[in-house]
Ligand binder design. Structure first.
Ligand code: GDP
Length: 424
């Protein structure tokens, strides 16, 4: 069976932890979109890891980890991540990479930096990992698919054309050094040597695995509100963050995705710019940020302080719907244990009218949060593994949100570790 694990919100919902937990019962874990621009933080018996490219199943020796064709693959980051795992005692993971995956090039990273510099204060808050320039090139048909590395002559011609195009912008817009075809070719040949051992026809491999009844997890990056079509455009990422895209980014039939586990965090956080209706500020935000996640809400890739807010029913209900949720995994609930009262954003008020339907960005700009305050449970819930043993106010919080979302919360995460999970 194929299950997707995706985010309802702005990312950092704890998908990595849920994937790591569910990987125990899985055979194959697939990354199908995005690149090294976001990270998953995983805490297990080997220690604490921030993964950017590898799927969160790499810690088990019974699983195969797959990089699907939809990923923006940064080969040096990929290689470094494998090395780090092995150095820290994790068994050498079994990894396969799609022969249709495309490569993040050093110039994609440079273009990302130059554009952020040019936009200065008006920037999109990019992590400068080259992801937007990568996907722009992919859809402009000047991206480099890994299979092209084996046809040097044709590749050289393509690289010369790429340099011609890019150099106009480098010279006239950014006033930066020009690209040299020779050095790009050298970079590419280096990548060819590094990646060759991992390449397979992933779509075919997964097709066989599905026939054999294997348990396959599709691991999403970021969340529904960062999707380029359905998110808070233009403050979005450059590849689809939705479970539906799993079919494309892994190369499997859409009807094979039988379960969609949407990860919702018990409060909100976001990185980068963009409208965030339930955002809180000052000391209230600092306290939640410092207590949040596992050791504070700071980006796994960039270390940036995340913006904080109360749980947003409107955004999460929309996120769950657009993902096609069958199950909600409700995470980081333990963090709220310090609060006597917990505000929840239950609706938006837009020009005097209340709504629970998530609007387009222009309307979102005018939205004000409508808060309802629930009683806190004011104690530590870590270590509890039965739903009935959670404090009454905690269960009330979960059931209140479940009712507002309209999707079943079947998993509750009450700590960063693998075993900190309550099935319901
Ligand atoms: P992802 O990108 O969705 O995987 O999320 P991140 O890894 O960026 O952020 C989630 C953070 O919360 C990480 O530091 C996790 O270790 C941590 N985390 C996940 N689930 C829980 C939980 O239930 N409780 C606590 N306290 N931390 C959690």
């Amino acid at each position: 069976m194929v299950k997707a694990i995706v985010g309802a919100n702005w990312g950092d919902e704890g998908k990595g932890k849920i994937t790591d937990t569910l990987s125990k019962e899985a055979d194959i874990i697939v990354r199908y979109q995005g690149g090294a621009n976001a990270g998953h933080t995983i805490v297990n018996n080997y220690g604490k890891f921030a993964l950017h490219t590898l799927p969160s199943g790499v810690f088990y020796d019974h699983t195969t980890s797959i990089i699907g064709n939809g990923v923006a693959l940064n080969i040096p980051v990929f290689m470094r991540e494998i090395e780090e795992l092995v150095e820290r005692g994790v068994p050498t993971p079994n990894i396969k990479v799609s022969d249709r995956v495309q490569l993040v090039m050093s110039y994609h990273i440079l273009f990302d930096q130059y554009e952020e510099e040019r936009l200065a204060g008006k920037s999109f808050g990019s992590t400068k990992s080259g992801i937007a320039p990568f996907y722009s090139d992919k859809y402009s048909k000047i991206g480099i698919q890994v299979s092209e590395l084996f046809h040097e002559e044709a590749l050289r011609e393509k690289v010369e054309n790429i340099c011609k195009l890019k150099n106009v912008i480098l010279e006239h817009l950014y006033h930066k050094p020009l690209l040299q075809p020779d050095s790009i070719m050298k970079e590419l040949m280096g990548y060819r040597d590094m990646i060759s051992p991992y390449l397979v026809d992933v779509s075919l491999y997964l097709s066989d695995a599905i026939k054999k009844g294997k348990e396959i997890l599709l691991e999403g990056q970021l969340g529904a509100l960062k999707d380029p079509d359905h998110g808070i455009y233009p403050m979005v990422t450059s590849s689809s963050t939705l479970a539906a895209y799993g079919a494309i980014g892994a190369g499997i039939p859409p009807y094979e995705i039988k379960k969609i586990v949407t990860v919702c965090k018990a409060y909100s956080s976001a990185v980068g710019a963009g409208i965030f209706v339930s955002e809180i500020f000052g000391q209230e935000a600092d306290e939640l940020r410092n207590r949040g996640g596992d050791g504070g809400e700071f980006g796994a890739t960039t270390g940036r302080a995340r913006r904080m807010g109360w749980f947003d029913v409107v955004a999460s209900k929309y996120g769950c719907r657009i993902q096609g949720t069958t199950d909600v995994a409700f995470t980081v609930l333990d963090v709220l244990g310090y609060l006597k009262e917990i505000p929840v954003c239950v609706a938006y008020e837009i020009q005097g009218k209340q709504t629970t339907d998530f609007p387009t960005t222009d309307q979102l700009k005018k939205a004000k949060p409508v808060l309802e305050v629930l009683p806190g449970w004011n104690c530590d819930i870590r270590g509890i593994n039965k739903y009935e043993e959670l404090p009454e106010n905690c269960r009330h919080y979960i059931e209140f949100i479940e009712e507002k979302l309209g999707y079943p919360i079947t998993m509750i995460s009450n700590g960063p570790g693998r075993e900190d999970i309550i099935y319901r």
